[in-house]
Design a protein around this ligand. Sequence first.
Ligand SMILES: Cc1cc2nc3c(=O)[nH]c(=O)nc-3n(C[C@H](O)[C@H](O)[C@H](O)COP(=O)(O)OP(=O)(O)OC[C@H]3O[C@@H](n4cnc5c(N)ncnc54)[C@H](O)[C@@H]3O)c2cc1C
Length: 684
Amino acid sequence: MPPPPNTSELLRTERSNSNINISAITALLDHNLTLRRREIESRIESCPTFSNLPNANLSRLELHSRALAKHIKMMEIARQLRISLDDCTSPEFVMLVQAVADDLPTLLHWGMFVPNIKCLCDDEQTKKWLPLCSDCRVVGCYAQTEMGHGSNVRGLETTAVYDKATESFTISTPTLTSTKFWPGSLGKSANTAMVIAQLIDSTGANRGVHNFIVPIRDLNTHSPLPGVTVGDIGSKLGYNKMDNGYLKLDRVVIPRENMAMRFSQINANGIYEKINLDDSTAKISYITMMQVRAQIVAMASTALAQACTISIRYSAVRTQGFDATGKKERQILDYVQQQHRLFGYLASSYTFFFSGRRIMENLKSIERGVLEGTRSVSKYQIGDLHASLSTLKAFCSTVAAEGIENCRRACGGHGYLVASGFPELLTTYQQNPTVEGDNYMLPQQTGKVLLKLLGAIIDGDGVDTVEAEWAGCDAFYLIDGIRRLSENSAAEVIESPEAAIDVALLLKILKRRSSRILVEVGTSINEGLGEGAELSEVWNDSLVQIARVSNAHAGVLLMQSFDDFLKSEELTGKELDAMKQLACLFGLMLVEKDAGDFQDILDKAGVDHVRKAVLLVLKKIRPNAVGLVDAFDFSDFRLKSVLGRYDGEVYEHLMKSCEADMMNRQQVIQPVVSLGGSGLTSKL
Ligand SMILES: Cc1cc2nc3c(=O)[nH]c(=O)nc-3n(C[C@H](O)[C@H](O)[C@H](O)COP(=O)(O)OP(=O)(O)OC[C@H]3O[C@@H](n4cnc5c(N)ncnc54)[C@H](O)[C@@H]3O)c2cc1C
């Protein structure tokens, strides 16, 4: 029998075989703030309050209260390190929250409540509420979803009825199904809710859904206020330190000034009015709200990076199956199938990073420009941003959710252990395809914008006008793509697998696919309407195809961002080569996965060459695989995985984690009749 593997030695060998400068890539991923990030991480990791042991053995209540203590300590450290908590999109805020490596129950306060105050409240209101939010005297949540309505916001049943005499709103959840259900931080932590309700003015007219700041708990005692029934919705698949809550409001009265009044208000005379804001203010607010989706794209990259770090390091130390000599076992990372399962997600993580960075920079630059009066933004650009963010949020969080599970499976049985780090990562992440717009709803948003563009090209004032309107937009490529569809019907010629390893070629193919599917879907919708069908029926019949339009557009945007990065010269030499390989793998795998979409764009030989090219690129990536996950620079504290440890001492720590488990604290476990406070009685 061969000797057992020296796992640490295997990882050391991987690292010495890699030819890339890892710290150069780390600096890039850290926005050149690596030292600052490590400073923040070391402050968190050296503080016992942030220990994540023994999270696996704590009850939900213990986990929640422990996470509250982490929140308080995190605020203290933020003050000491001069990190502002007011902008949840700032790199330092993100680094701090990620360093904690645990879910804080107050996260929705910073992530949703504060941005809502900033965007939707007028200057006087923000002056009042923001300072209260900054020191967490007010801890807020965002209460939109109800038990009976989520995606259909117009169907919400909660009402805010205005009374002219008392200049106040009465907020009610009149039915069981109108109970606010799901808002994070609502269950136990928040004392104030941003409640989304139908506004009924003093004439009895329904003015649609608006935002209202509703105090729900006493600021001093934290007890629910009169008319408020509030609690936690119970244990979930994961994310259980977070207190997602329910809320019933029985004629709760709030002053007129608690309606968020930047865009519309009930004035002192009780008249409902839309505020005639200059265009830019409205756009700034809209852009700020869009940042949450950009953050989800970035988070998809980080979550996949974490999953890849665990599975690729583990695959490098795990040996299974004899090599040709029969004397040595192979590292499972050397199986091409394992590479095919894992490296695509590695490539996706890097791809999502570049797209997330680009779209966030774009949003910030528009925001700055509009605020400073140096930049204007058209309705076409706003629509384009909305289309890009909707499709990227849906695409990236879907891939990440699937990817984490596939990385887990690629670790075999040990991936099923809590100690692998996967159960927590996986179950916490699985909410992302649902929150901030369900991933099957968002493609419809993208589809609407792109179909409007198609309509303008076909029926509008001509291509020149459309080109001027959409200049600088992400969807601009479609104008040319659609125009060329008729003249460019021949298949792309790919002469060999090597020739397919070409970012420019892959981008071209992806653009052709996106243009073609959009025209196909647009034509089919028009045909349906032409036959006299109702728009909503035709739309419903087209939903599956509209999702294809959105996905194809996402493929182009992602590949385009990667290509822009490759041309930026931020990296050079071997590191740039490694990035090119990842970009190609991402593009090739998109084609490989949806080969049917590329009929007519590629001939059969072309598709075969793409499949072979995937295998060639996997071989090129293999020597740098561990280096490319090391570059993410996750500390063991953040990774929380015995399988993904930096030192490779997997088996030693696997055993230690078993020995430390609660089940092994006593040899013989006695059957009990009464189980704790649950009131359950065993059937003994
Ligand atoms: C962990 C977590 C945290 C959350 N945090 C918050 C929070 O802080 N605040 C808050 O207000 N809410 C929160 N939510 C709620 C979340 O926003 C909603 O769950 C989400 O919007 C989906 O709504 P729904 O659950 O009602 O699903 P539904 O709208 O009932 O959707 C169910 C299914 O039907 C499909 N569907 C629905 N309508 C259509 C349509 N028109 N066309 C095609 N398909 C359709 C959807 O794609 C989906 O697959 C949270 C949810 C989770 C899981």
